[in-house]
Design a protein around this ligand. Structure first.
Ligand code: 26V
Length: 826
């Protein structure tokens, strides 16, 4: 260490956040001096801004303490590179982490404001598509809570995930300009900026030592500018930083054009450069091949690595120390260009030899895979890389050459294997980013036991044989602070009152609830809390969908991205079958249900959008049919996002996790629901398998073919028609969809869906239908006995401790990162 970090600057005492008077005073001061409004006429949004800017200063101070401790102890840091961070709103999270929620609530009340309404003024930071982005947010929370020296890097998209409305039953997308009213949490660091280059060409020569050296010349440059968000951890002792990059042009305008009076041309380059951080790509079948997306990936990777190395070299001289001080986790392959970028920086900027740079690089990275779907594995056209990142393509070729030589030595004569393992797909002329990430990382992990097993067997069998130690499992998790403490305060309070607060940082403590599962008084309290949550969700549904639902009915919820593999279609078919049963026997005694859907379809994903429309058409028919009475309601809640999840999840009785076995990497919604006392109806897919292991076979409704059976059926030649022919109830349902029962004004509207089911039925909807119906029947039966239901729901809560992101982070820290928590800060 050659830099001494002074830590002897003392700060003023600041506001005592346990003192309501001081908070009030702070709020009023912040309103007048920071927001610039008269408290007498301030709106709820102004109060949000005043509170947020007051807290921001406090968080900044906390963050400084953490980073002083990290510098002081020269600890190894974890850098989490992710193109998505789906953090949602931050206000209440910060208040809970700091333990000042009730004091702030009281202060606001005395100022005539309600904290909940003020909190609702904040727009969701929707910088992610779904599970992958939310996982990154949960992981930051766990790292911050347990004092791991973590640091997140991503993009500060100006437009996050689009917002969704439903018009005539169809999804309509709107830009999500979450920064419209400013972002009071972020701190812009104009002085932390790095150039990022694109295009140009490379010039290579041999240095004195005979080592090949290359320079990248004539490239275009964009500036990456840092925006920091402080992530608090529970208890407030530690925090971690989330650094998001925003693109800025190197020049505001091209003077040669400007002088000719051509203003548009003069600012065109600026606009093009700044488009880089403009919008989050919705995952989509058309994602691949989009040049702007590739540029985004490189933009954030390059800025992050430059920043990481700058921090390292501030304190260290010897680059060989990098793997001892830095670990970089790649959240999927989106940041996989970090591998050649690290090589480039070490060789071209720090004059390391190829071999030295490669040893360091391989020891520094780890890669998490999040999907088994072949169409979701990223590849980039060689020609595109050549045009945009010529130096990186060169490096990738060289990595590939060295790697394939090793493979050749290990498996002489196996040309087919070389072709399969190559980083370049020679048939399509594309770079396989997953192969690059595997070769460039010390560890590769899947996100649930089944997923890791299938990754090793199906996606990377050759790599698994070649690198037997590389593949490991870390089952996903969720933070109980967000998904119980914050989203379900009454249930959190009941848990704390019963077993103490230890569960907040050690979720396995929930086991202490097991003994109360049979206690009628405890069951009653659980049921009362569930009823309250249902009332809240019902209010949201009434407001957004204009449908009144009964809180006495079973709330059956499927909220997640709309995708064929997640099988919302299977669910809506079950709903139609239920509707038919009611129509057949209008006097039938039946368990009343409210079936709730929510989720976004990628704008270019035609089938997914059709599925949304079908759900809405079915809802329209059922909700308006008087014969249905109160037995069945169907709703599609528009604009599903983190904040909507926080309201719907606590209200759930039945959690739908019904993907075709072998398709969902893990799922994390499944965990959130179980933690909130919902029972799961699900397939043996992703983390459902582990949830069953934990909660016990009797406390979960499992149905459908296993992953192995699915692949057997497919290998034998799956014939959906035979399943259709064999099941009258299913046949009626499909015929109704096909023949326009729910779309009388356009009878062919859903013919393509029915045709696809009877044609290939890629996701085996028909093969699992009967077993799903049987499982649903069992659900109806159990729900009639509220005591038994409550008992099983409580057992679910008591037994899902494993699915905390704290456990996941401890596992990463020990098995992959080799980092330990920092000592407690004084
Ligand atoms: C990507 C794409 C891209 C193009 C075609 C359609 C498609 C479908 C899926 C994906 C997956 C993107 C990666 C992702 O979000 N994976 C999710 O990661 C979660 C956290 O590990 C995990 O719980 C989910 O099961 C997994 O789908």
């Amino acid at each position: 260490m050659d830099t001494v970090i002074r830590t002897d600057f003392e700060l003023d005492e600041g506001i005592d956040f346990t003192d309501v008077e001081q908070i009030k005073h702070g709020l009023v001061t912040s309103m007048v001096r920071g927001v610039g409004f008269d408290p007498a006429s301030a709106t709820e949004h102004d109060w949000f801004l005043a509170l947020a800017s007051l807290l921001r200063g406090h968080l900044s101070e906390k963050g400084m303490m953490t980073s002083r401790a990290q510098y002081g102890s020269d600890t190894k840091r974890v850098y989490y590179l992710s193109l998505e961070f789906l953090t949602g709103r931050r206000l209440v999270k910060h208040l809970l982490d700091l333990g000042i929620e009730s004091a702030v609530r009281a202060a606001l009340r005395e100022l005539g404001q309600d904290l909940d309404r003020v909190a609702e003024q904040e727009s969701d930071a929707a910088l992610g598509n779904g599970g992958l982005g939310r996982l990154a947010a949960c992981f930051l929370d766990s790292m911050a809570t347990h004092g791991y020296p973590g640091y997140g890097y991503g993009i500060r998209y100006e437009f996050g995930m689009f917002s969704q409305t439903i018009e005539n039953g169809q999804q309509v997308e709107h830009p999500e300009s979450w920064l419209r009213n400013g972002n009071p949490w972020e701190i812009v660091r104009h002085n932390v900026s790095y150039p990022v280059r694109f295009g140009g060409h490379i010039v290579c020569f041999r240095d004195e030592g005979g080592e090949e050296r290359c320079r990248w010349v004539d490239a275009n440059e964009v500036i990456a500018e840092a925006y920091d968000l402080k992530e608090t951890g529970y208890g407030g002792a530690y925090g971690c930083n989330l650094r998001l990059w925003s693109a800025r042009a190197t020049q505001d305008f091209d003077l040669s054009y400007f002088n000719e009076g051509n203003y548009i041309e003069a600012v065109k380059d600026k606009t093009t450069s700044e488009n880089l951080s403009k919008v989050l790509y919705p995952m989509d079948t058309t994602l691949m091949g989009q040049e702007l997306r590739l540029k985004q990936e490189y933009f954030f990777v390059s800025a992050s690595l430059q920043d990481i190395l700058a921090r390292f070299f501030k304190v260290h001289k010897d680059p060989k120390q990098i793997p001892a001080k830095i670990v970089i986790q790649l959240n999927d392959t989106h940041p996989a260009l970090a591998v050649p970028e690290m090589m480039r920086l070490l060789m071209d900027n720090h004059a390391l030899s190829w071999d030295a740079a490669w040893d360091i690089t391989r020891d520094t990275f780890a890669y998490t895979n999040h999907t088994l779907l072949p169409e979701a594995l990223e590849t980039w056209p060689v020609a595109m890389l050549e045009a945009i990142l010529p130096r990186h393509l060169e490096i990738i070729y060289k990595i590939n050459y060295g790697f394939l030589q090793q493979v050749r030595r290990a498996f002489p004569g196996d040309v087919a294997m070389l072709r399969r393992m190559s980083l370049i797909d020679e048939d399509t002329h594309r770079v396989r980013m997953a192969h690059l990430a595997v070769v460039g990382s010390r560890r590769v992990n899947g996100v649930a036991a089944l997923h890791t097993k299938l990754l090793r067997e199906r996606v990377f069998p050759d790599f698994d044989a070649f690198f037997p130690e590389k593949f490991v499992n870390v089952t996903n998790g969720i933070t109980q602070r967000r998904w119980l403490l914050q989203s379900n305060p009454p249930l959190a309070a009941l848990v704390s009152e019963t077993i103490g607060e230890g569960w907040l940082t050690d979720l396995d403590r929930l086991r202490d609830l097991e003994k109360l599962a049979d206690d009628p008084a405890f069951q009653d309290r659980f049921l009362t809390i569930k009823a309250g949550a249902k009332a809240r969700a019902a209010a949201l549904i009434a407001e957004r969908c204009g449908v009144v639902v009964s809180t006495a009915s079973l709330f059956d919820i499927q909220i997640k991205r709309i995708h064929e593999y997640k099988r919302q279609l299977l669910n809506i078919m079950q709903v139609i079958a239920r509707y038919n049963a009611i129509r057949r026997d209008p006097k039938a005694v039946m368990t009343p249900r409210t079936v709730i859907f929510g989720g976004k379809a990628a704008p270019g994903y035609y089938v997914a959008k059709k599925i949304i429309r079908l759900i809405n058409d079915v809802a329209e028919t059922i909700n308006h049919d008087p014969a249905v009475r109160d037995l069945l309601k169907v709703v599609f809640v528009p604009n599903y996002n983190v904040s909507t999840a926080e309201i719907l999840i606590p209200s759930c009785d039945l959690s739908e996790q019904i993907s075709t076995a072998g398709t969902e990497a893990s799922g994390t919604g499944n965990m959130k629901f179980a933690l909130n006392g919902a029972l799961t109806i699900g397939t043996l897919d992703g983390a459902n398998i582990e949830i069953r292991e934990e909660v016990g076979d009797d406390n979960i409704f499992i149905f459908g073919h296993t992953a192995q059976e699915v692949s057997q059926i497919k290998a034998q030649g799956y014939d959906p028609w035979s399943w259709y022919a064999a099941d009258d109830e299913m046949r009626t349902v499909i015929d109704m969809i096909r023949d326009g029962f729910f779309s009388t004004e356009e009878p062919d509207r859903y013919r393509p869906i029915a045709d696809a089911l009877l044609g290939s039925d890629t996701y085996l909807v028909l093969a699992d239908f009967r077993s799903y119906m049987d499982a649903q029947k069992a659900v109806d039966g159990l729900y009639t006995n509220q005591r038994v239901w409550a008992r099983q729901a409580i057992l679910n809560i008591a037994r899902v401790g494993k699915f905390s992101s704290d456990r996941a982070i401890h596992t990463y820290a020990k098995d992959i990162w080799g980092v330990r928590p920092m000592d407690a800060l004084s």
